[in-house]
Design a binder for this molecule. Structure first.
Ligand SMILES: NC(=O)c1ccc[n+]([C@@H]2O[C@H](COP(=O)([O-])OP(=O)(O)OC[C@H]3O[C@@H](n4cnc5c(N)ncnc54)[C@H](OP(=O)(O)O)[C@@H]3O)[C@@H](O)[C@H]2O)c1
Length: 244
């Protein structure tokens, strides 16, 4: 039985995680924390913390997991560079899974995006378009950022310098060494991502649409079951799914 704490438990993902965990016999929720709550009363009973809260909460949660040698699964997005560095620095003592997206479909999209960029080469213009519900707090989505990072890596472009977030006014012709990133917000959209490869005379679009948060919740629980007992280190959902 894997004992988990859900951080951000009153949020949309927190509620989806509680519902999904209730359907798994191999998982027991031993703590639920949200804004204003402390992890301390629950941490000793837990094997792993699943964080879907707010970017500024993750570093302290990860530090407590590091101190008490507990695994952590991070789903929260929108971390600043400083927050990212402080989280990464903790990988020496505990196993951590940190992914901008826990759905199997999006992890397949990450893999396909890399392959398509390698196959199509530098003659294709690259754009990433994402759409989310009107209540989402960060932009672009963590998933769109991961997609842009994959494209930048294949093209050997500096990230974030090569990213162009939206366009407005007399921007001039599109340089080849640019990756457009566009965040659309509205309604109750759970999460849509399109990677666009635009060439001369043809266009390839890779599209993923999430219609329920259940897919992220099931993926994060799968990651929690996987990460307990792994050697200390920083892993992604690609490791959990064996896609590396
Ligand atoms: N990786 C993935 O697959 C994936 C998928 C979906 C979402 N996400 C990310 O997961 C995060 C949560 O998304 P969501 O849609 O569930 O957002 P949400 O509905 O706003 O839920 C976040 C919850 O965390 C609470 N919270 C805020 N600060 C906290 C703190 N310091 N400690 C503990 N809890 C705190 C919030 O309370 P208040 O409302 O009172 O502030 C809210 O109840 C976002 O960063 C989102 O981008 C990731």
């Amino acid at each position: 039985m894997t004992k988990i704490i859900i951080a951000g438990s009153r949020g949309r993902m927190g509620q989806a995680l509680l519902a999904a965990a209730g359907q798994l016999t191999e998982v027991q929720v031993v703590g639920q924390v949200d804004l204003g709550d402390s992890l301390l009363p629950f941490i000793e009973q837990a094997d792993v913390v699943i964080d879907f809260s707010h970017h500024d909460a993750t570093p302290a949660m990860a530090a407590l997991c590091h101190q008490r040698r507990k695994a952590i699964v991070i789903g929260t997005t929108g971390h600043s560079e400083i927050e990212q560095q402080s989280i990464r620095a903790l990988r020496d003592r505990v196993p951590m899974v940190w992914s901008s997206n826990y759905s199997s479909g999006v992890n397949a999209l990450f893999w396909l995006t890399r392959r398509a960029a390698e196959i199509l080469g530098p003659d294709f213009d690259l754009e990433v378009i994402e759409m989310h519900h009107r209540l989402k707090k960060d932009a672009p989505s963590g998933t769109a950022t991961t997609l842009a990072q994959i494209l930048a890596e294949v093209r050997q472009l500096a990230c974030p310098e090569a990213l162009r977030h939206g366009r407005q006014g007399l921007v001039g012709e599109r340089p080849a060494a640019e990756i457009g990133v566009h965040a659309v917000r509205g309604g109750d959209v759970v999460g849509d991502h399109t990677v666009l490869f635009a060439g001369a005379g043809e266009r390839l679009e890779l599209v993923h649409r999430a219609s329920s948060r259940e897919t992220f919740a099931r993926g994060a629980l799968r990651a929690a079951l996987w990460v307990v007992g792994q050697p200390p280190g920083l892993y992604t959902m690609q490791d959990v799914l064996g896609l590396r």
